[in-house]
Structure formats: C-alpha cells, structure tokens
Design a protein around this ligand. Sequence first.
Ligand SMILES: [Zn+2]
Ligand SMILES: [Zn+2]
Length: 298
Amino acid sequence: MGADRQSETSEAVEERAPDDVFGLLGSEARVDILRALGSRPDDEFSFSELFDAVAIDDSGNFNYHLEKLRGVFVRKTDGYGLTHAGKSVVGAMYAGTYTANAAIEPISADWDCLLCGGEMLIHYEDERVRFRCEDCEEGASFPFPPGNLDEFDRDELPRAFARWYHQSFRKLFNGFCGVCSGRVERELLHPPESIEEGRGPSEVAFECTRCGSFGVITGGSLVTMHPIVEGFLAEHGFDVSARHPSQIWAELDDHEAFYDGHEQPAFGVRFAVDDEQVVATVTADGFVEDVRREPRAD
Ligand SMILES: [Zn+2]
Ligand SMILES: [Zn+2]
C-alpha cells in the first residue's frame, strides 16, 4: 500500500535537474519577465501586456525567452502567470535586496534576561536577528530576510522580528521546511534528565528531509505554537506572535520545564497566570501533546 502510493507520487512529479532549471535564469531578459509577472503575482498577463511591461523591443526575441521559462517558472492558461517556483524566485529577489547594507544599530528589547536579569538587546548581523543579553551573552537567533529590513521603521522592527520568528517556527511546527517547503523531521535533543543535570532547556531540532535545512527551538517556545497554549496566553493578554516567547514567560506568574512521567523520555512545560495554568508534553520525537488547561496547581 505504502509502496503503491510512493510510485504514484513519483509518476505525478516530473523532476528536473537544478542546474537545468537555474540555467534558465541566466538571462537579463528572463529575469525581467519574471519581475514583470511578479508585479501582479496573482494575475494573468496577456502576451501583449507582458511584452509591454518588459524592456525588450523585438517580439520574436521576447517570445523565445518566454517559451524557455514556460512550464518551470511561467505557466500559460488563458494568459501568462507565475508558477509556484516562479513566485519563489521573485520572492527571493525581494528578500535578498539590499543585502550589502543590511545592518542596524542594536535596539533595546525592553526585556530582562531570564537567566541573569541583564538587559536584552536586539542585533541584526549576517542576515540573522539576535536577541542577546548584554551581561551573560545568552539569547536566541534566527534568520530574517535582509530585504525586509527597510519595510519597517526602527521602532516597528522588534515586533516585525517577533512576528517573523513566530511564522517561521509555526511553519516548522506544522511540518514544512522554511527554505524549500519540504517535509521536516524532528526530535527532542536534550533528554529530560538534562534538567536535573542543569543543562538548561530542552530543545527540539527540525531537519528538512529534502534540502537538509536545520532549525532548533526550545521546548518552551515550541509549546507556545500549540493552539491551546496560544489561546490560553491570548485570553490572559499575551500575544505570542508579537513577542519572542521567552519574553512572555518572563511576565507570567509562573513557568517551568520539568521531567514528564511518560514512558518515553519527555519534557513537561507549564505556564501559569492568575488561578489557571496550561500544561503540555514535548514528546521524545519532538511533538507537543497532552495539552490541557486546568486550575493552577501551586
Ligand atoms: Zn543574561
Ligand atoms: Zn527544505
């Protein structure tokens, strides 16, 4: 049964070699065509509309390049539009813009370090956002597209970074690679015993089965992606998509990670506000299960 489904999938997907596909982009005219289609990515262009939008005078030459893109980056139905891969290429052009100048002066995160109480600052360097404690230098980092930096005023950036973090890890939480949208596998990195050994928080690692892209998130942050936990926090006035999760824990009445009594090594996470708490298990294979809201225990 499994083997049958496998072969059906293989037949349905026509694979082309990456150098074949990317070789198609080695032409200014073709990049112009994609950029023009990307100016209205969900619309179709007629042939003459598209021809007018691109700086090529000779319609035979234009048609030659358009035909090269067809089937890979451009689809033709009634008119011309971008395929999923075509939209990704246009997205990558925007995301990578201004790479050379992408740096900012550190921004105050208005947030004290959970470990030492030091001041957390937000840095941006090497295409990554870093929330970093000025004293103990611990913190979190994650990629953010450099082309997005000047879409926001400086005072909007902390929230934009947090929202980006949230949507990137939610994609992983839901099982898709942030780079290629392939399927991801996951596992709990630190065994629960690490709490007793003082090794710090649990971590769940995600790896894409297709492109090999890799990401790590603490169990406590992962749990905040679960709809029941997100709802619990929202009802108590905390928007998990607007701030880094550990910034929110710092403001709860109580938060802890603990050894979970499941048969498999598992991590428990508990957040408490007022007279209510939410408890969740991070399983050995990195999933969030057994999430429940209940009266506060302590
Ligand atoms: Zn610190
Ligand atoms: Zn991938």
